[in-house]
Design a protein around this ligand. Structure first.
Ligand code: PLP
Ligand code: COI
Length: 358
């Protein structure tokens, strides 16, 4: 159990108009910080006013990219209650990322306590409007003050929060995605399965190219043969082919998404056949040609469930379901968001309630 010190901001900010929220542009009044040293372990846990902090110019993170992060949300139900969605999964994945980057792990109960304490403290920031939420961004970085390459002995964990609306400007309308054929995001043995900043830094060039062509994000192919579908920049992908749901298997190079895992459970529970396997671009092209590629969607915390209306591969355009949202995508969106916003009973045990603060 961590001892969390609280330093309140002298002046609280005005809450934004929930109708104008984008993604990750506004931050709450406070942030949580704790530090790690080999001698003391995790210590000095504190909730302090949100703002910049000092970092040594030789800090490991600035030179060697020792950084990991997570993304989860707190939702407001129609009754005004606040709840998180499967936070323990984020806690576990962050520890798996920490193991990969040789950053210090955090005992699960402490990491959960931090999320609970911070959301309880900042709960007035969870917006009331349908479809909005408070996005939680825990991150950790190596913070040794030396340029030598060695095992990390000092680290910092920070948790910030941002009231958000839709991640894509399209909202629930289908997005257009570009299949990247040159750059690769990850290879087996690399850091693809870890949620580390470096994966995203290396993705920027392809993302920029996609944006310039008018696409929302990049769909990555495997790093060896550049043949098999991996995932999109900020979400995992699923396809409905000939009545069956297929999604790329967790091979070590894609992020084991918590939304992906939840979609698979929901779909199987509804009686759909879901298979995790390799899916080639070739197979998608053939399925499109013979009319069996029925739906495609991406899933992730920020993106929720997002229909894919068009894929661009080299010079070929794959138009899926006439560029419209499909029935399984809609059903999945309704079920998942229904559980998250408390409109549907959670029969899975995924909801983590936050106690009111007054
Ligand atoms: N893949 C990538 C690369 C991501 O950044 C994300 C977002 O976190 C996901 C998949 C989806 O993961 P999750 O559902 O846990 O948010
Ligand atoms: C999330 O969905 O939480 C993400 O991390 C996406 C982010 C890279 C924008």
């Amino acid at each position: 159990m961590l001892d969390i010190r609280i330093e309140k901001a002298p002046v609280l900010k005005e809450k934004p108009d929930p109708a104008t929220l984008g993604f990750g542009k506004i931050f709450t009044d406070h942030m949580f910080i704790m530090d790690y040293t080999v001698e003391e372990g995790w210590h000095d846990a504190r909730i302090v006013p949100f703002g910049p902090f000092e970092i040594h110019p030789a800090s490991t993170v600035l030179h060697y990219g020792a950084e990991i992060f997570e993304g989860l949300k707190a939702y407001r139900t129609a009754e005004g209650k606040v709840q998180m969605f499967r936070p323990i999964e984020n806690v576990r994945r962050m520890n798996a990322s920490a193991e990969r980057l040789c950053l210090p792990e955090i005992p699960e109960e402490d990491a959960l306590q931090v999320l609970d304490a911070f959301v309880t403290f900042e709960q007035d920031w969870v917006p009331y409007k349908d479809g909005t939420s408070l996005y939680l961004r825990p991150f950790m970085f190596g913070n040794d003050e030396t340029l030598g390459l060695h095992t990390i002995k000092n680290a910092r964990y920070v948790l910030i929060a941002s009231p958000v609306g839709s991640y894509y400007k399209e909202g629930i309308n289908p997005v257009r995605i570009m299949i990247e054929t040159e750059d690769v995001r990850a290879v087996r043995g690399g850091t693809g399965y870890a949620k580390c900043g470096g994966n995203y830094g290396a993705s920027t060039r392809a993302g920029m190219k996609a944006e310039q062509k008018g696409y929302s994000q990049v769909l990555w192919l495997d790093g060896v043969e550049r043949k098999y579908i991996e995932e999109v920049g900020a979400m995992n992908v699923m396809f409905k082919i000939g009545g069956e749901i297929v999604t790329p298997e967790l091979s070590g190079s894609i992020l084991p998404g918590i939304t992906r895992k939840s979609c698979i459970e929901v779909l199987r529970n509804k009686g759909y056949k879901v298979t995790e396997r390799k899916i080639s671009v070739d197979e998608l092209g053939k399925a499109l040609a013979d009319g069996t590629l029925e739906e495609a969607w991406g899933c992730g915390t920020a993106a929720v469930v997002s229909p894919i209306g068009e894929l661009c591969y080299k010079d070929t355009i794959f138009k899926i379901n006439d560029g419209k949202i499909g029935s399984v995508t809609q059903e999945l969106y309704d079920t998942l968001t229904g559980i998250q916003w408390g409109k549907i009973k959670d029969t899975y045990g995924w909801i983590y309630p936050i106690a009111p603060n007054n």
